[in-house]
Design a protein around this ligand. Structure first.
Ligand SMILES: Cc1ncc(COP(=O)(O)O)c(C=O)c1O
Length: 386
């Protein structure tokens, strides 16, 4: 972020309208144009977006939602906010995304939806997933928290993630993401009823928005016909988001260039496994995740890099191994099919666990200089080859 974002925040502050208002409406409009969706509804973050998406498709207490454990914990948490149970499916080792061939075997009478993740910005195999979902008449929600600017080849055309190809897509604007509003989220859908519902829910279920009441020539009393939430984005955030959206194409292009450099220049490191971009996917490379050679210990590599002044992150977490999950009877099976594995070591989710334990996220940011990237690769090579 820079001067344009600071100016935009100032513009919102000086306008006299700081919470959800005209800047949010404009941001939503510009967002729909960017991803190609009919509707976009801004909310406070991606976790609240996921919560509303699950509610909209009818997820209720006791239902099951098929998803991955190998994701930021917010994915699974949003299912639990509905009183439902996440049923975890393992990932593909090279894309770090849900393995579509494992979905059908966990679909049962209580399955109400499929929540997939475009992990680290890499599009998941939506074609295969939608095929299964449509056969079982299940809605598909896309956790696109990391995937703004990513693309998928769809009927011969490159389309933006969030069009959406499933039923609803949810984005995050947390600072860890490719563009940010400080915190923030967006829901996209082509279903006008869901969009209407999101707008009510995000603002306490209020029948008439405050923007309408404040400009009315007659007194209006609003009512609250349903239980709602305060999941609003502020106009200050949206003003910043509009500037960030303008920068997005350039940011994604630069990230793709840097990822390509990693891809080419790390290809010869023995035992190091690089992420794979399927022919039908274009990642925004929100994160660049490498699988370490077997002889390398994750923490040691990360420490050696930190000692050299390079900040890395470990592979994506697994929700089922966290204390908030691991003691639930369903934590790595379902209520009906309890998994009797050792806590934190599950055969059903072994690819997810290995990805968490043996991967490292290398630095990648769009203003990263080539010399900085060369230095990262030099230190990684030295560390991995000891
Ligand atoms: C895959 C995924 N889903 C959901 C979230 C939650 O996003 P937010 O922080 O905007 O609530 C994140 C954030 O890190 C994420 O990576």
């Amino acid at each position: 972020m820079g001067e344009p974002e600071a100016e935009a925040a100032k513009r919102a502050i000086m306008s006299g309208w700081v919470t959800q208002g005209p800047e949010v409406a404009a941001f939503e409009q510009e967002f729909t144009a960017y991803v190609g969706a009919k509707f976009a509804c801004a909310v406070s973050n991606c976790t609240t977006a996921l919560h509303l998406a699950l509610l909209a498709v009818g997820v209720q207490p006791g239902d099951e939602v098929v998803t991955v454990s190998h994701s930021y914990i917010a994915t699974a948490n949003s299912i639990r906010y509905c009183g439902a149970i996440p049923v975890f499916v393992d990932i593909e080792p090279h894309t770090y995304n849900i393995n579509p061939t494992l979905i059908e075997q966990v679909i049962g009478d209580r399955t109400r939806a499929i929540l997939v993740v475009h992990q680290m910005g890499m599009p998941c195999n939506l074609k295969a997933i939608l095929d299964i979902a449509r056969r079982h008449e299940l809605p598909v929600i896309e956790d696109a928290a990391c995937a703004i600017g990513s693309e998928i080849l769809w009927n011969g055309e490159w389309e933006k993630i969030g069009k959406p190809h499933g039923d609803i897509a949810c984005f995050s604007f947390h600072p860890r993401k490719v563009i940010s509003t400080g915190d923030g989220g967006m829901l996209t859908t082509n279903n006008p009823e869901w969009d209407k519902q999101f707008r009510l829910w995000r603002q306490h279920g209020m029948s008439v928005p405050d923007t309408v009441r404040h400009t009315a020539k007659q007194v209006i009393f609003e009512s609250y016909p349903m239980l709602g939430y305060n999941y609003r984005m502020t106009d200050i955030q949206a003003a910043v988001g509009r500037e960030q959206l303008k920068r997005l194409p350039e940011i994604v292009e630069r990230r793709r260039y840097l990822a390509q450099r990693y891809q080419e220049m790390l290809a010869d490191v023995p035992g190091l496994k690089l992420p794979t971009e399927p022919t039908w996917a274009r990642s925004n490379w929100q994160s660049y995740c490498v699988r370490l050679p077997e002889k390398c210990e994750q923490r040691q590599v990360m420490q050696a890099m930190l000692d050299a002044g390079i900040s890395t992150r470990r592979g994506i977490m697994c929700a089922h191994r966290e204390p908030a999950y691991e003691h639930e009877t369903w934590s790595c099976g379902s209520e009906q099919q309890v998994c009797n594995c050792e806590v934190g070591k599950c055969d059903r989710l072994s690819e997810s666990e290995q990805a968490q334990d043996h991967s490292v996220l290398l630095p990648l940011f769009h203003h990263m200089a080539q010399q900085e990237q060369d230095y990262v690769m030099k230190v990684l090579k030295m560390t991995c080859q000891v």
